[in-house]
Design a protein around this ligand. Sequence first.
Ligand SMILES: Nc1nc2c(ncn2[C@@H]2O[C@H](COP(=O)(O)OP(=O)(O)O)[C@@H](O)[C@H]2O)c(=O)[nH]1
Ligand SMILES: [Mg+2]
Length: 257
Amino acid sequence: MTNEIPDADTSVPADATASAPVTEKLALAWTHTARFLTTASQLVHLPATELPEIAFVGRSNAGKSTAINTLAQQKRLAFASKTPGRTQHINLFELGPKDAADALLADLPGYGYAAVNKSAKQRWQKVMADYLAIRRSLSGVVLMVDSRLGLTDLDKQLLEFVAARVATGEIRLLVLLTKSDKLNRKEADAILRDTTDYLAGLSTEHSDVAVTLFSALKKSGVGDVALALREWVQSHRSSGEVPDAVLAAAPPVEPQD
Ligand SMILES: Nc1nc2c(ncn2[C@@H]2O[C@H](COP(=O)(O)OP(=O)(O)O)[C@@H](O)[C@H]2O)c(=O)[nH]1
Ligand SMILES: [Mg+2]
């Protein structure tokens, strides 16, 4: 169901570099380990970490909290707010074994809530832009978009903030078209196609950009997303400290059979 965007670097199968092939079941067992780590209202208060970090971003009401809870198979991990726009903190969650976390999940503040005043909007736009451009451990972004709206101007602005790091492959990008249970087949196909077309503009031979339909209500796309995130973390680990420039220059790995 996940649409790989053309030009994405798909020459290396994820399990060619990982120790064991990841199944959907294992990936969901891994996302289920998510537990709250800390919260920060400013970037400087985020802990420095060597762990790969996956950021969840999206407009208020896009279904971000619901998606996080569904992936983690926990009812109230991310607080599904009844007052959108109120949660203006970056919440970090740990993933992996209790004594050996292997990734972090960052729940970023939702944007685009009309009732927030202008200075608050500008402050948060800056936090978001800085986080996406500077956070060294950031290795993946999951953008939640209401499938009935598609990518809005604010989503496109956010994509601009990460575009340079997505182009080099340093940050992977997955767009979830949420609440897909509200669409019929024809509408779902149309929004998937439109979003895929837009994202092709961000894709290069080094990038890893994908889009998928997602419904927390129908639990569709959940296993696919868990699998994608697990593979991001595994390939991040196996690439170790090798600088991007070296990776980019390395010859393609031949699939093992
Ligand atoms: N039909 C449907 N509604 C959803 C789905 N996911 C979230 N919602 C609803 O969309 C609203 C916003 O969800 P929430 O997770 O709080 O959005 P957030 O502001 O992005 O964190 C809530 O009323 C959810 O119940 C879904 O998969 N299907
Ligand atoms: Mg929320």
